[in-house]
Ligand binder design. Structure first.
Ligand SMILES: Cc1cc2nc3c(=O)[nH]c(=O)nc-3n(C[C@H](O)[C@H](O)[C@H](O)COP(=O)(O)OP(=O)(O)OC[C@H]3O[C@@H](n4cnc5c(N)ncnc54)[C@H](O)[C@@H]3O)c2cc1C
Length: 448
């Protein structure tokens, strides 16, 4: 049996990995920089709620947590698009009843995962413990106690880094591994979280079962429901330029902007000024790197391996999928970790790269295309193709969101081919009824 497996980071991904390993009988030591969020009220970090989709749910199901998580999750059937006049139009995510995504509180989800991990006798979680140093050569991990500043160094034969987008373990790999590739790219947009509180009777002020979008071409606001009746809204907005955070210097500019661009929601945001000027502006980064492992000593998972922008709602979901795949590769109680980590990297890296790129592309779709009649027509034609030839055509969005059996890279590849077919079929039409379905069938057969 392997000595203890050390997991650095008890955000969303770390505790799930701990559960998987505990089930296999491993001794797990989970180290987290922050205090225990179950005892001390702290921010759970990036974004207050998030969208959980089939890939994440599949992993939660495997560890027996799906039902518990479903109790704190709100199904969202589609995008509710708000125009400038306040008119709303629901664009369903899929055609089948089960094709919904779920809004869940990041904090509650994290706490559930911590509880579930801690329920195993072989999982030991330590909080306020920041990893400051990792030596790949000696396998030593150095921690600093966030409260006392005390340092401790432990020998760690096997390290799983789930310490997020600014991973300390990845930094150590970058410094020590000669052929380690690393890139980070920031969007020229930041994000700001705002609140739509419940109404006077504790109800939802806008449709509960939808992900709301206010697309404004170059930028957008979205809102996801919370179980207690509120919504967490997020404004994605350029840092600089004519319409940008830089221009919103005070309450007057802020209110003018919101009344102009989001007039229907202003009456629902009584604390807008306080939230806007009180909350930080977050950055949107894509991190790609590799190899993800240092021999059999350490491996990166979740955001530590692949931080992506949130426009496909796949950051956490792909991290949960990492745990499932890594677990599936561990076949014995004393595995050949180098072989496991290498196989994991080989399986996951192309998929992580694919979802990273698709997530950036999806920003344009959300902030701009959703109001474009051509985009709406293509969506309708795509759904019709899926209805007629379900074995041959599945919209790319559905492959990513609802089909964990289709890897991200395959969804990207098929999506590109399908796009070309849609280009052809939709070139000279204005309604789905005008599609030449026999041409469609021929094109789909050629694609296969
Ligand atoms: C605005 C926004 C919205 C998002 N919405 C969605 C969504 O709808 N759906 C989705 O799937 N994803 C979403 N994401 C992405 C999602 O938040 C991340 O992919 C997810 O949090 C990654 O989990 P993780 O455990 O890998 O990293 P994190 O959640 O960042 O956790 C890392 C943990 O490691 C700890 N840590 C860091 N450094 C150290 C250290 N040196 N020592 C010890 N501990 C350390 C941190 O304190 C933290 O607890 C969104 C992200 C943003 C920014």
């Amino acid at each position: 049996m392997t000595k203890a497996v050390h997991i650095v980071g008890a955000g969303l991904v770390g505790p799930l990995m701990a559960i998987y390993l505990a089930k296999k009988g491993f001794e797990v030591r989970l180290h987290e920089r922050r205090p225990d969020m179950r005892k001390k009220k702290i921010s759970a970090g990036r974004s207050i709620n998030l969208a959980l989709t089939a890939r994440g749910l599949q992993s939660l199901e495997e560890v027996g947590l799906r039902d518990a998580v479903m109790k704190i999750a709100i199904p969202m059937k589609g995008r509710m698009v708000h125009d400038l006049q306040g008119n709303c139009n629901l664009q369903p995510y899929g055609q089948k009843e089960h094709e919904v995504i779920y809004a869940a509180s990041r904090g509650l989800l994290n706490m559930m995962l911590l509880d579930a991990a801690e329920a195993y006798k072989n999982v030991h979680i330590e909080f306020n413990r920041r990893c400051t140093l990792y030596s790949i050569d000696t396998g030593k991990l150095t921690f600093e106690d966030e409260k006392t500043g005390a340092q401790e160094t432990v020998k760690a034969d096997t390290v799983i880094a789930a310490d997020g987008a600014w991973s300390a373990i990845r930094k150590a790999m970058l410094a020590r591994i000669e052929n380690f590739n690393y890139s980070q790219s920031f969007l020229e947009y930041g994000y700001k979280e705002l609140v739509i509180p419940p109404d006077e009777r504790g109800g939802f002020r806008i449709e509960k079962h939808a992900l709301h979008i206010w697309p404004r071409h170059n930028y957008m606001m979205i809102a996801l429901p919370n179980t207690e009746g509120s919504f967490t809204a997020t404004l994605f907005y350029p840092y600089e330029g004519k319409d940008s955070f830089a221009q919103l210097k005070g309450p007057t500019e802020l209110m003018e902007f919101f009344r102009r661009d989001f007039p229907d929601v202003v009456p629902h945001m009584p604390e807008l000024e306080r939230d806007f000027f009180g909350n930080p502006t977050g950055a949107l980064v894509t991190v790609k790197c590799g190899p993800w492992h240092a021999g059999g000593k350490a491996v990166l998972i979740g955001d530590a391996a692949h931080a992506i922008v949130p426009f496909f709602a796949q950051g956490m979901n792909s991290g949960f999928e990492d745990c499932r795949v890594l677990n599936s590769l561990i076949e014995s109680s004393s595995p050949d970790w180098e072989a496991v980590f290498a196989a994991f990297t080989k399986a996951r890296k192309p998929n992580a790269d694919a979802i990273a790129d698709m997530a950036v592309e999806n920003f344009v779709e959300m902030r701009d295309s959703v109001t474009d009649p051509k985009f709406i027509l293509r969506k309708k034609v795509g759904f019709e193709l899926e209805k007629r030839w379900p074995d041959r055509f599945i919209p790319r969005y559905s492959m990513v969101i609802f089909r964990p059996d289709i890897p991200y890279a395959e969804a990207q590849r098929r999506g590109a081919l399908q796009d070309r077919i849609l280009d052809r079929l939709c070139a000279n039409i204005s309604a789905p009824e005008q599609v030449n379905w026999s041409e469609a069938e021929t094109l789909l057969k050629q694609m296969a």
